[in-house]
Design a protein around this ligand. Structure first.
Ligand SMILES: Nc1ccn([C@@H]2O[C@H](COP(=O)(O)OP(=O)(O)OP(=O)(O)O)[C@@H](O)[C@H]2O)c(=O)n1
Ligand SMILES: C[C@](O)(CO)[C@H](O)COP(=O)(O)O
Length: 229
């Protein structure tokens, strides 16, 4: 049976508080080349021709989202996120009724994603799902409890997992419910699917698709966004 990708719903977890950024506001609202980080991410997803809808999960205390120009886009809806990223993703998935839909989950904090990378993910995805990823370039070390090198890690098959990550809505919903119920460490969608034996495809993406996590990431994101203007 040939594989057929259904309707694509972009799911954007944007309910975090950005502790590691240490800013006076949640990092998704920090200004980046003239508009908030979240606006860059939402407008990029809303403008991709294969994205049918966007569901964004926002913090229950969020008082900024409604003021974004993208908030009124007809393809966009918002839900209240949860305590962890996986809870926020699950909250968004629970709002998607189309059982044939696929969820393309992308961090709000990754505003430098390109349409070309979305195209690659959609072109290369198979029945087991797929994630954007970047091969590790540096020699990798595992540290010991004292902050010294314990050993060098074989890097040939190591990848940085990025987002978007693309899976059938129903299967992902079930995998997250199961993983959360079991108290599993779920830091990305693929890890929830892997627990159930799925073998998602690794699709090479741009390392410029960085997650804005620490203050030093902001300058890099600015330079990258300016290149696209
Ligand atoms: N309960 C949570 C936690 C995180 N996120 C989102 O998941 C993405 C990736 O998470 P991360 O970079 O860790 O963001 P924060 O959790 O805000 O950062 P920190 O861990 O530094 O607080 C972000 O877009 C964040 O808004 C979410 O929707 N719900
Ligand atoms: C989903 C993710 O961006 C893939 O690398 C990453 O796991 C998110 O981690 P965070 O600690 O929630 O930022």
């Amino acid at each position: 049976m040939t594989f057929q990708l259904g309707p694509v719903v972009a799911v954007v977890p944007a309910a975090g508080i950005g502790k590691r950024m240490g800013a006076t506001m949640p990092k998704q609202y920090l200004p980046l080349v003239g508009k908030p980080i979240l606006s860059h991410t939402l407008s990029l997803l809303l403008s991709h021709p294969r994205v049918d809808r966007v569901v964004v999960a926002i913090n229950p205390d969020d008082e900024v989202f409604a003021s974004l120009p993208e908030a009124n886009h007809p393809k966009l809806s918002a839900v209240v996120g949860g305590g962890e990223r996986a809870d926020s993703v699950l909250s968004a998935l629970n709002s998607i009724e189309d059982e044939q839909a696929w969820a393309m989950v992308h961090d709000a904090a990754r505003p430098c994603l390109s349409h070309a990378d979305i195209d690659a993910l959609i072109e290369q995805v198979g029945a087991q799902g797929a994630i954007l990823a970047a091969k590790v370039r540096d020699t990798m070390k595992r540290g010991d409890a004292n902050g010294n090198i314990d050993h060098t890690v074989e890097r040939e098959a190591l990848w940085h997992a990025l987002t978007p990550q693309l899976f059938p809505v129903k299967a992902l919903r079930d995998a997250l419910v199961d993983g959360l119920a079991q108290g599993a460490a779920i830091t990305d969608e693929a890890s929830a699917m892997e627990r159930l034996g799925w073998k998602p495809k690794l699709v090479e993406g741009q390392i410029s698709n960085l997650k804005v996590t620490h203050p030093s990431d902001l300058k890099m994101a600015e330079l990258l966004i300016q290149e696209t203007l």
